[in-house]
Design a binder for this molecule. Structure first.
Ligand SMILES: C[S@@+](CC[C@H](N)C(=O)[O-])C[C@H]1O[C@@H](n2cnc3c(N)ncnc32)[C@H](O)[C@@H]1O
Length: 378
């Protein structure tokens, strides 16, 4: 099994929080699409003929592409890779780009999962986030997506936005769960270097929510999503049974994936590599017949740390059999010994052969993960 990620680096407007690689679209994306089509072929051996079970078109803003452009990219994946029937195929849409015609076009392709970047249902939040859409457009986009017959719909929300109270977050969640969505990704706002929010924070124009409030917001999310029938299967991800993100689950289960497009990451079990974050450099390099990327070979310690970082964030936790198989007795002893104090504090529990964070542990997951990291050079 393997995954394909395609990164569409274009946006129409810069969001205040976002540090994913993107540039403002000039309207003509053909040269980068041509390069992506070439890259899909050029690197087709990367997945060693493994069957592709998930395709994810993310960004940036994939919905700046026409249906025909998306179809061309998908057809090239089908032509060059062996893709499973019914492969989970997701596309991220900006609510502002959604209309019935566009949705009907996507529906004709094999796209079977739609991810809407709603972020908040409140206009004040959407303004400070510098989103293109307002709350009315977000509601329209979600209703139309469901009406178009997409039954697997997920939305993105952000909490901890400056000016958002706990009551505001409560109403955002109530409104969200009023729709027939199958999945929710809810992220605590992080301030990333180089973003508009980062600069505003430095100037003191906005401030981060304090830890107590963060925890209250997260608690509310856990509580309300459970009541609405969602399973909290990863720190920021909630799904109805049978609707967990296959693509993200591949990442968390160390399954190989290839990332196509500028800045896209790839992983094959032994190394991680990432394409250059520069559209022009990317196109030039692909057109000269080679992918332009940086690579990190993963030694045992790096693989261990990656496993801890991803597994502890999920409801399945650390698989002790896997640890023993992959990292010998030494890795096993290290994890089991360290887990003792977290279990005593009620932050972690042992379930059969798994070490899993409790809800209390999830609140401080970053700190716990940090403690589990094996120190030293990677
Ligand atoms: C790569 S972005 C997808 C962008 C998509 N084009 C859209 O409509 O927003 C994936 C999601 O990560 C979340 N995200 C990105 N940067 C974030 C940050 N600094 N803090 C919290 N959440 C963030 C947003 O919810 C965003 O939708």
């Amino acid at each position: 099994m393997a995954g394909v990620y395609i990164h569409i680096p274009y946006c129409r407007k810069l969001c205040s929080y976002c540090d994913f690689y993107h540039i403002i679209s000039s309207g003509d994306n053909s040269s980068s699409i041509d390069a992506m089509l070439k890259e899909i072929e050029l690197r087709k051996d990367y997945l060693n003929n493994e069957t592709v079970n998930t395709i994810y078109i993310g960004g940036g803003t994939p919905s700046l592409l026409s249906v025909t452009e998306i179809e061309t990219l998908l057809n090239q994946v089908y032509k060059q890779y062996s893709v499973e029937n019914g492969c989970e195929t997701t596309i991220e849409l900006n609510p502002d780009d959604v209309d019935p015609d566009y949705l009907a076009g996507l529906k004709r392709l094999n796209i079977n999962r739609i991810s809407l970047g709603i972020q908040s249902w409140r206009d004040t939040d959407l303004k400070i986030l510098n989103r293109r859409h307002d709350s009315a457009k977000a509601e329209y986009a979600l209703k139309e997506t469901i009406k178009a017959g997409f039954e697997n719909v997920t939305i993105d929300l952000i909490y901890g936005i400056p000016g958002m109270s706990i009551q505001d977050w409560n109403s955002n969640l109530d409104f969200t769960f009023g729709f027939d969505i199958k999945h929710l990704s809810a992220y605590h706002l992080t301030f990333e270097k180089g973003t508009v929010f980062w600069k505003m924070l430095e100037k003191g124009v906005i401030k981060e929510v304090d830890e107590e409030e963060s925890q209250a917001l997260f608690n509310l999310l856990i509580e309300k999503s459970a009541k609405a029938g969602f399973i909290h299967y990863e720190i920021s991800n909630f799904g109805k049974p049978g609707y967990f993100s296959g693509h993200n689950s591949n990442y968390w289960k160390q399954i190989n994936y290839i990332g196509i497009g500028p800045s896209a990451h790839s992983f094959n079990g032994y190394s991680r590599q990432w394409n250059v974050s520069d559209v022009k450099g990317y196109i030039k390099s692909i057109n000269s017949g080679k992918a332009f990327y940086e690579r990190e070979e993963l030694d045992t310690k790096a693989r261990f740390n990656e496993y801890i970082m991803t597994s502890l964030r999920t409801m399945w936790g650390i698989d002790l059999d896997y640890i023993e198989r992959s990292f010998d007795k030494e890795g096993y002893d290290y994890v089991v010994n360290l887990s003792g104090k977290f279990k005593d504090y009620g932050l972690m529990r042992k379930d059969d052969k798994h070490l899993i964070l409790t809800d209390q542990g999830k609140m401080i997951s970053d700190n716990i993960i940090e403690e589990f990291m094996m120190p030293g050079e990677n």
